[in-house]
Design a protein around this ligand. Structure first.
Ligand code: ACO
Length: 324
């Protein structure tokens, strides 16, 4: 049996940390009222990393990728494919993945981006697994990288407190022993309106609204149902009980979503890897950032069973169950 195994992880966050109180103070100068207390109670977020305005997704991705390759003891020339999941690409084209490829000197690989909003990393990982299991490729780089701060309307308190910037990278390698056991991905295009950035560029102009808009309560409700269903499906396929997993790494959007999903699945709260308190919601980067954190602090150990879940605009969602 041929598996796709995560053989290295890396992450990179912009240097500037903005606490809730600092953000609330800054917003108050424009008569936009929020507080550390509201943000913590409703979301679990305490702070976020924000990139300077000239920093791009590819720059964050390159730093995370170098660390992941180092952990996997691989060179850029060992890579067959680079996939970058992002909703904040540097350009319309070329892809952010091609910019990462050239910066790394990964001249023997193909490279492309995928866009599935906050589910992007899970979608990209499932694509990588399929290339490996088909027998076509040996080593792939799968990255989630975002400068979501560029899509935020900083006058909208409903959304501007929720997001941060960052990148997480994984090296995915063919293995005969352990790795990804079960996957699931799904979309519902009927729900495009509950979470979107509808703007586009055409004829040299921005057409439509260039900022993120969200019906928070609809996203909240849909996310819980979608994540519960998807988790049950991948666990059933692998013939395990959700409570048998060692670590649960859901997309880091809101602590209440994480707790409710874990509760509905019967997963102990102690098994949830939480980074949203420090990173806020980094969209496609949130899962690989959390995975890297839990690998680095030795919570996740070889042999552990890990469930990762993404959910986001589209609406899109999915799960990956893997043995480390
Ligand atoms: N500070 C203070 N008050 C605020 C703020 C803020 N930053 N934002 C909204 N409020 C107010 C609202 O105006 C409202 O006031 P009102 O009752 O006078 O009208 C009140 O707080 C309650 O607003 P709700 O929208 O009901 O608050 P809710 O408890 O639903 O929390 C939240 C909002 C945090 C957005 C929640 O719905 C949520 O987390 N939804 C999930 C969406 C999400 O995580 N999206 C991330 C991107 S999508 C993804 O990653 C899957």
């Amino acid at each position: 049996m041929r598996y796709a195994r995560i053989s290295g992880t890396g992450s990179f966050l912009p240097e500037r940390i903005v606490s809730n109180s600092e953000l609330a103070l800054e917003l108050s100068t424009r008569n936009i009222l929020t507080s550390d207390r509201w943000i913590v109670e409703r979301t679990g977020i305490h702070q976020r990393h924000l990139a300077k305005s000239n920093v791009t997704s590819s720059q964050l991705a390159i730093e995370a990728a170098k660390l992941a390759l180092n952990k996997a003891h691989l060179e850029p020339l060992d890579l067959d494919l680079i996939i970058v999941a992002t909703s904040t690409p540097d350009h319309v084209f070329p892809s952010t993945a091609c910019l990462v490829q050239t910066a790394l000197g990964a001249t023997k690989s193909a490279a492309f981006d995928i866009q599935a909003a906050c589910s992007g990393f899970i979608y990209a990982l499932i694509i990588a697994e399929n290339f490996i299991c088909a027998g076509n490729m040996q080593n792939l780089l799968v990255i989630g990288s975002e400068v979501f701060s560029k899509l935020i309307d900083w006058n909208d308190r409903n959304t501007c407190v929720l997001f941060g910037d960052g990148a997480g990278a994984t090296v995915v390698t063919a293995s005969l022993t352990s790795g990804i056991i079960s996957t699931h991905m799904m979309s519902d295009g009927n729900l495009t309106d509950i979470l979107s950035v509808k703007g586009n560029i055409a004829n040299g102009k921005i057409i439509g609204d260039p900022f993120l808009r969200m019906d928070g309560q609809s996203v909240f409700k849909k996310a819980i149902l979608a994540l519960e269903d998807s988790a049950r499906l991948v666990c059933d396929r692998a013939n395990i009980n959700p409570n048998d997993i060692d670590w649960f790494i859901p997309h880091q959007a809101n602590i209440r979503i994480l707790h409710l999903v874990a509760q509905r699945l019967g997963i102990s709260m102690k098994k949830i890897v939480i980074t949203l308190d420090k990173h806020a919601n980094t969209s496609a980067a949130s899962i690989p950032l959390a995975l890297d954190k839990a690998c680095n602090d030795n919570r996740i150990k070889p042999g552990d069973l890990v469930l990762m879940q993404g959910v986001g605009a589209g609406f899109t969602w999915g799960s990956v169950l893997m043995r480390i």
